[in-house]
Design a protein around this ligand. Structure first.
Ligand SMILES: *[C@@H]1O[C@H](CO)[C@@H](O)[C@H](O)[C@H]1NC(C)=O
Ligand SMILES: *[C@@H]1O[C@H](CO)[C@@H](O)[C@H](O)[C@H]1NC(C)=O
Ligand SMILES: *[C@@H]1O[C@H](CO)[C@@H](O)[C@H](O)[C@H]1NC(C)=O
Ligand SMILES: *[C@@H]1O[C@H](CO)[C@@H](O)[C@H](O)[C@H]1NC(C)=O
Ligand SMILES: *[C@@H]1O[C@H](CO)[C@@H](O)[C@H](O)[C@H]1NC(C)=O
Ligand SMILES: *[C@@H]1O[C@H](CO)[C@@H](O)[C@H](O)[C@H]1NC(C)=O
Ligand SMILES: *[C@@H]1O[C@H](CO)[C@@H](O)[C@H](O)[C@H]1NC(C)=O
Ligand SMILES: *[C@@H]1O[C@H](CO)[C@@H](O)[C@H](O)[C@H]1NC(C)=O
Ligand SMILES: *[C@@H]1O[C@H](CO)[C@@H](O)[C@H](O)[C@H]1NC(C)=O
Ligand SMILES: *[C@@H]1O[C@H](CO)[C@@H](O)[C@H](O)[C@H]1NC(C)=O
Ligand SMILES: *[C@@H]1O[C@H](CO)[C@@H](O)[C@H](O)[C@H]1NC(C)=O
Ligand SMILES: *[C@@H]1O[C@H](CO)[C@@H](O)[C@H](O)[C@H]1NC(C)=O
Length: 727
């Protein structure tokens, strides 16, 4: 011991000092108790030791008062107790990404006078927002992605003179957007109110936000115009107000916002023209103004926004000769969508210098001319939709487009009117290596289903509906391993339903089916039922139904039993053909079927009892055939409207009103006498077929109509009616 007296003493001293310090640090008793009872449900945390300052997620000040509570993603459950409010020295609270639920006590934060950062995002908290967060030090409030409801109180952040960030997005909050925030604090940089149910207008007052960079209030019910003082928030980098009911125009003053990078106000009712000096916004990357009522010509200065990455002006009333625009400076542009406007002219050659372009949609305009070989310089192009224009020379178009290496979606519907679909002698082997979706409907094309399609091993969706194609449905379609959506409606195809289609892998094996997960660079919009006019948005190829539609052709022969292999099929429409024979029993193997239409053929025999295995069937018709006997009783088939069975003189039993005489008894005269006179029948046919167009045919529509649904909906309906009546 004498050898080490000094170190020993030093050690003792250190021990003494540190024990003194640690007692000094020891957790304040009240904070200890408050913490222990602050969560309703026992936490998965190890909060057993006596000194709460050493607990996980806790930090104390030198007086043992708890100053921060950092427990994000700790699996915390249940409610937050009012006793948390006794931690009066808390400055930093982060409980985000847990499963906390229930309301916050209205006074929870009233005593937290030191609070600077509050993050309760990504929980299941509900009830009203806190009445007030009175701490003058508060800088960050993130209550987003919860289920808070009610309105924001005027005292909510009244004293928050240092507030820099407020995010209450993704809740159920109603009432007005608080307007005084920037009056309290001039330091606000970020305001996010999106995805709630705010109404009223975009508040005046943003002009006081001299530091505001991000303003989001999309997906609410805001109306009114863009407030004029918005254009005084010079520091703004992002304005995001999609999916509201805003009207009026975008002021020329927007060019004051020289740092603006993101301008998204799609799905509103904006009118007027684009500001003529918009090109001064040289930092603009995203300009998403689709689904509005913008009109007039595009200002040439738009083409000076050389940093644009996405430009979406689709579904407006814009006009002008698109070939007059010089796109050549938009080297960063990856997505361009001008669908459903009134643009004229030919495809602008300057567009071909946008080497980054991945998606191009110019459908539903009034463009003319031919697709030029120069389009191939768009090496990154994977989505091309030019539907519903007046393009010509389909032979040239296909020959050129085939050389694209990564093109995945080609939709050229409603062009090339009456031309001949080129067949054969393509450079077999290399064409369309990556094509997944091919849409060429409504072109009145003559010819046959072309052999070159047989090389498109990645093809998932094919729409050749409403043309004048003749010949057989080729058996090789069944060899395309990814094909799951086939629409051949309204052609003159003949021969049998090829039994080879029974080998379609993507309609058989869940594995093959899972491989199709293509993401549409631009979403397709459509409408499936006539129940409402809201459009469906398809972002993924896999959202299309697994379906075969061959309605209104001249197919003959039997329905092959091989159809029973297509277990993943969701929709099958073989109506209005000349099919004969029985409904094969194997049909009952299609247990995923939701829609089945075999109406208007010459099918005979009984309705197989086993069809009642089709538990998901929501729409069904075998009307206008020669089916006989009793409709299988005690099955959900009887739940369908009688119209699903009518026009089969030999069918009887509910839901038809005629009674079955005997087992399998058929009495032709009897059914006719039931009131289904010819005239009646035709009337039914027309109205049912219209319903159909909206229901079924509308499903081919994602490709056909891809774009125009919302606006052209009624127009389309009347078009179809005309076309239909014209047959
Ligand atoms: C917290 O404060 C409330 C009053 O707000 C009091 O009733 C309660 O006893 C305190 N709880 C703890 C654990 O200190
Ligand atoms: C809990 O923490 C204490 C000390 O803080 C430690 O001794 C104990 O082993 C921990 N228990 C578990 C289960 O981790
Ligand atoms: C809270 O914690 C999460 C997870 O670590 C983190 O992403 C988030 O930025 C934190 N919040 C604040 C305001 O620092
Ligand atoms: C808010 O949510 C709470 C709890 O979910 C509910 O009881 C209350 O009725 C809601 N209030 C409003 C105005 O919707
Ligand atoms: C606000 O922030 C500034 C600096 O950012 C600071 O000097 C001031 O003390 C803060 N005021 C309050 C009340 O927190
Ligand atoms: C909550 O918002 C703040 C401020 O915007 C941010 O720093 C924080 O990361 C957000 N929390 C999460 C979990 O993203
Ligand atoms: C607000 O929070 C949500 C998640 O709850 C997040 O997605 C969003 O980006 C945040 N807003 C801003 C402007 O950071
Ligand atoms: C624009 O951004 C730059 C760089 O971030 C910054 O220096 C400048 O002050 C900003 N201008 C305005 C008006 O906010
Ligand atoms: C059709 O396009 C091809 C390829 O661009 C071209 O060679 C051919 O001359 C065009 N045909 C007509 C009739 O314009
Ligand atoms: C019916 O489905 C099963 C798999 O569920 C399959 O093995 C069988 O071959 C199918 N039967 C017919 C007739 O297609
Ligand atoms: C069956 O359909 C017809 C015509 O669509 C309709 O008038 C009738 O009300 C429907 N009946 C039932 C029970 O739904
Ligand atoms: C069919 O019905 C009519 C009138 O209901 C009856 O006169 C006739 O005998 C029946 N025929 C047969 C084959 O049942």
């Amino acid at each position: 011991m004498p050898n080490h007296p000094v170190p020993y003493r030093v050690l003792l001293f250190i021990c003494f000092i540190s024990s003194f310090l640690s007692t000094n640090h020891a957790c304040n008793k009240m904070d200890h108790d408050s913490l222990q009872s602050s969560f309703d449900t026992p936490s998965p945390l190890n909060w057993s030791s006596s000194d709460c300052c050493h607990w996980e997620g806790i930090t104390c000040d030198e007086n043992g008062r708890v100053t921060s509570l950092l427990l994000p993603s700790k699996g915390l459950k249940g409610g937050i107790s009012p006793s948390l409010g006794n931690l009066t020295h808390l400055s930093h609270v982060n409980l985000s990404q847990n499963q906390l639920s229930g309301p916050l006590g209205t006074g929870l934060f009233l005593s937290m006078n030191h609070l600077e950062i509050l993050d309760l995002s990504y929980n299941h908290l509900s009830g009203e927002l806190p009445l007030s967060i009175p701490s003058i030090y508060i800088r960050v409030v993130n209550l987003s992605s919860n289920q808070f409801n009610g309105t924001t109180s005027s005292s909510f952040l009244q004293h928050a003179s240092n507030l820099s960030s407020l995010n209450i997005s993704n809740n159920l909050i109603t009432g007005q957007i608080p307007s005084t925030i920037c009056l309290s604090s001039s330091l606000v940089k970020l305001l996010d109110f999106s995805n709630n149910d705010f109404s009223g207008t975009v508040p005046l007052g943003l002009g006081n936000c001299s530091k505001l960079e991000v303003f989001r209030a999309g997906f609410n019910s805001l109306s009114g115009t863009l407030p004029s003082d918005l254009y005084n928030a010079f520091t703004l980098q992002e304005i995001s107000l999609p999916s509201n009911m805003l009207f009026g125009s975008i002021s020329d003053s927007i060019v004051n916002l020289s740092n603006l990078t993101i301008l998204e106000i799609f799905f509103n009712q904006l009118t007027g023209t684009l500001p003529s000096h918009i090109g001064k916004l040289s930092k603009l990357k995203l300009m998403l103004l689709h689904f509005n009522k913008l009109q007039g010509f595009l200002p040439p200065s738009l083409m000076s926004c050389t940093n644009l990455v996405e430009l979406n002006l689709a579904f407006n009333h814009l006009e002008g000769n698109i070939s007059a625009l010089d796109f050549s400076k938009l080297g960063q542009l990856t997505k361009l969508d001008f669908a459903s406007n009134h643009f004229t002219g030919v495809l602008p050659t300057s567009l071909y210098s946008c080497k980054s372009l991945r998606a191009l949609r110019l459908s539903y305009n009034d463009l003319e001319g031919q697709i030029q070989p120069e389009i191939l310089s768009l090496e990154s192009l994977s989505f091309l939709s030019l539907s519903s224009n007046r393009l010509t020379n389909i032979t040239g178009a296909i020959k050129i487009l085939m050389d694209f290496k990564i093109l995945g979606v080609v939709i050229l519907a409603q062009n090339f009117l009456g031309e001949h679909l080129p067949d054969g002698d393509a450079k077999i082997g290399s064409e369309f290596q990556n094509l997944r979706v091919f849409g060429m409907s409504n072109c009145q094309l003559t010819g046959q289903i072309p052999i070159w399609l047989s090389n498109l091993k990645k093809l998932e969706a094919l729409d050749l509906s409403t043309n004048r194609l003749t010949g057989l449905i080729p058996g090789w379609l069944g060899t395309l391993p990814s094909l799951f959506f086939i629409c051949l409606n309204n052609n003159s195809l003949s021969g049998e339903f090829p039994k080879e289609l029974g080998s379609l892998l993507a309609l058989q094996s869940p594995q093959a089916a899972r491989e199709g997960h293509g993401y549409f660079e631009l979403p397709l919009y459509t409408q499936r039922t006539n129940a409402s006019v809201t459009s469906l948005q398809y972002n993924y190829l896999s959202n299309l139904p697994r379906a075969i539609y061959i309605r209104n052709n001249s197919l003959s022969g039997n329905i092959p039993t091989e159809i029973g292999h297509l277990q993943l099929l969701h929709e099958l429409d073989l109506s209005a053909n000349n099919l004969v024979g029985n409904i094969p029993d194997q049909m009952s193997n299609l247990t995923n079927l939701e829609r089945l239409d075999l109406s208007r053929n010459h099918l005979s025999g009984g309705i197989p009892e086993s069809l009642s295995n089709l538990h998901f069937l929501a729409s069904f018709s075998v009307a206008y055939n020669n089916l006989q006997g009793q409709i299988p009783s005690g099955t959900q088939l009887q739940g369908f409207n009688g119209t699903a069975f009518e026009g089969n003189p030999g069918l009887c039993g509910p839901p038809l009103s005629n009674h079955c005489q005997q087992m399998n008894g058929s009495n032709v005269t009897k059914s006719i006498e039931d009131g289904h006179e010819i005239g009646n029948g035709i009337q039914w046919f027309i109205s049912a077929a219209l319903g159909f167009v909206v229901g079924f045919w509308g499903v081919c529509g994602p490709l056909v109509l891809s774009n125009s649904w919302r606006i052209a909906y009624f127009q389309f309906l009347s078009n179809v009616k005309d076309r239909f009546l014209g047959q």
